[in-house]
Design a protein around this ligand. Structure first.
Ligand SMILES: Cc1cc2nc3c(=O)[nH]c(=O)nc-3n(C[C@H](O)[C@H](O)[C@H](O)COP(=O)(O)O)c2cc1C
Length: 359
């Protein structure tokens, strides 16, 4: 029988009961101190019928924060809060990995310790506005990271990975997409360094490879996923030759034998026009499991799996509005519509109150 969205699959060490993955979704509803609380437990547990949940992007340190009310994964209290989420998802037979996040320049001093400047590969201020506790404000020019500061950031990824694994997460996903720190190093619109972290593809990918190696050394490659977004212009990102850059990146990633590579196949949030890119060409260069994302529905998801383009499909907005998306796709039931006004921040409204089919 042909494979489809409902066929089980093993991604590294993680066994999925179906190939529908809940994409990482920042919802800005963590408790005090970045500690996940009961509301977050309910939200994730409601979606445990997904083959795999990728958590919202989760800062790995104080300096990794860039938005209000994010959950962290570097203090004991945060780790204990996440354990409740993980236990609830597991109790319902689900699988869950945590997305490891450093925002780099997409932040603001008011969100950082001692009003620090955000850090970045180069002192290039992104166009757009930071989302702070006081509303939208202009981004500031970030501070250029010195190469000698990078090992400490790699260690933050290691610490956060250890925290995540101690809760029983099924794995971690390295967030190298959407214009945050690791992506800022990759693309030359944000990286104009002249040391061995800038210039050539090898240099721009160096930090990503160092982080991946370090995370793999504690989590195991079979519990490590990684997300990229080669042409996503969101967060003022661009590159002079994305096809060649990301063909290089995925070829280099082959050495790790990761659980999966997760690819945002275009631009998100209507944040501008994405450059042309041949995802089929890049996919052919990657030897491991491939998770596709961006604007997939049931028909396109099934087609991508049947053709062998993807091993799993990540759904973002559909999982916000449909906790039982898997069931709905199975029986071709109509979908709830997402309310974008309640995406970022707030209470249970637009978070845990979307109706189930059989409510
Ligand atoms: C509210 C919201 C929050 C998001 N937060 C994250 C995030 O934390 N990490 C990430 O990698 N992508 C994030 N994204 C992007 C989604 O994971 C996904 O790539 C995007 O929604 C496109 O998939 P879709 O068409 O299935 O919704 C977010 C998207 C939305 C709408």
């Amino acid at each position: 029988m042909a494979l489809d969205l409902f066929s089980p699959v093993k991604l590294g060490a993680i066994s999925l009961k179906n190939r529908m993955v809940m994409a990482p979704l920042t919802r800005n509803r963590a408790g005090e101190g970045g500690v996940p609380h009961d509301l977050n437990v309910t939200y994730y547990a409601q979606r445990a019928t997904a083959g795999l949940i990728v958590t919202e992007a989760t800062p790995i340190s104080e300096m990794a924060h860039g938005y209000p009310a994010l959950p962290g994964i570097y203090t004991d209290a945060q780790t204990a809060g996440w354990k409740k989420v993980v236990d609830a998802v597991h109790a319902k037979g689900g699988k869950i990995v945590l997305q490891l996040w450093h925002v780099g320049r997409i932040s603001h001093p008011s969100l950082l310790p001692n009003d620090a400047l955000p850090v970045a590969p180069s002192a290039i201020k992104p166009a757009g506005k930071a989302f702070t506790y006081k509303g939208l404000v202009d981004y500031v020019e970030p501070r250029t990271l010195d190469a000698c500061e990078l090992p400490a950031i790699v260690q933050e990824y290691v610490h956060a990975t250890k925290c995540a694994l101690s809760t029983g997460f099924d794995g971690v996903e390295i967030h190298a997409a959407n214009g945050y720190l690791l992506d800022q190093f990759l693309r030359d619109g944000s990286n104009q360094r002249t040391d061995n972290y800038g210039g050539s593809f090898e240099n721009r990918a160096r930090l990503l490879m160092e982080v991946t190696k370090a995370v793999v050394s504690v989590a195991g490659a079979d519990k490590t996923g990684l997300r990229i977004s080669p042409v996503n212009p969101f967060n003022d990102m661009h590159d002079s030759n994305p096809q060649a850059l990301f063909n290089y990146v995925v070829t280099e990633l082959n050495q790790f034998n990761l659980a999966y590579l997760h690819v945002v196949e275009g631009g998100i949030h209507g944040g501008g026009k994405a450059d042309a890119f041949d995802f089929v060409e890049m996919r052919k260069l990657y030897k491991g499991a491939y998770m596709a994302n961006l604007g997939y529905d049931k028909a396109r998801g099934n087609a991508a799996i049947a053709s062998g383009h993807a091993d799993a499909i990540a759904y973002g907005v559909p999982f916000i509005a449909n906790p039982d998306l898997v069931e709905r796709y199975k029986i071709d039931a109509p979908l709830n519509e997402a309310d974008s006004k309640s995406f970022y921040g707030g209470t249970e409204k637009g978070y845990t109150d979307y109706p189930f089919l059989n409510a």
